[in-house]
Design a protein around this ligand. Sequence first.
Ligand SMILES: C[S@@+](CC[C@H](N)C(=O)[O-])C[C@H]1O[C@@H](n2cnc3c(N)ncnc32)[C@H](O)[C@@H]1O
Length: 263
Amino acid sequence: MLLDLFHLLTTPAPHPQRRLGYRRDSIWLMSRARRCRQAWAPHLGASQAVIRAAIAATERRDTVVVLGSGPLADVPLDDLARAFRRVVLVDAVHPRPARRAMRAYSHVEALTADLSGAMALMMGEAADLDPRLPPVCAEPSTGLVISANLLSQLPIRPVARLEAGRRPLGPWGAEDGDAFGRRIVEGHLEALAGLAAPVCLLTDLDEREEDRHGRVHERHDLLYGVRLGRPERAWDWELAPFGEIARDRRLIHRVAGFCDWRR
Ligand SMILES: C[S@@+](CC[C@H](N)C(=O)[O-])C[C@H]1O[C@@H](n2cnc3c(N)ncnc32)[C@H](O)[C@@H]1O
């Protein structure tokens, strides 16, 4: 609790990220990661293995961009820093572990950006979604773009805000939450699909709530019906082991990893 408060007070973030709850989410993510360290270890290891395979397959080792770098729990920063001349970490919030890890390298930089295209809309500063990637993704020197367990996160805040009927609503206020979420997921994928560099894509696909007998009580499609094709690797991520959300229930996410998604 005290550690969370410390992180909250010492994590810099632009006004929209603070007002819309992204900074709080970032602290909360680290908090759960600490509590669930053991349960998360196989998922973090599997994610890092996909990224390492993507690095090994990359010919042009000039610039690498990591989208959704967050606390760098599933991103092997040392490997990236060794392999590339320039490493660009992109997230809505760069928490303390990422800022600390970056200090060891002069060629690693952090870029703060909204990757959902919905933040300006939620702030009443845009008329519709505008999903974009930072220009560095399309620079000729960029040899690899990694979307690191980000895709399913992009719609969470915007859809929650829409469904809560929070203002400013604008023209999207009338849109169904599922359709809105789907547009955000598709927007990120379309932006990735337009890049020249190979795209390493890691994302969770669905969530199931299980009891101690392995019976599934609820299931949610985290990508709003969008299909990605057959992943090179797939695994279960025990996001919330028994005791985290309830004594006899746990949450499991199915995760897909593509070293080069478009191939
Ligand atoms: C599950 S975490 C990814 C973990 C991270 N790859 C790591 O190695 O620890 C999802 C990340 O997406 C970021 N995120 C969520 N919505 C975002 C948005 N609209 N724009 C940019 N980043 C966003 C969060 O801040 C968080 O760091």
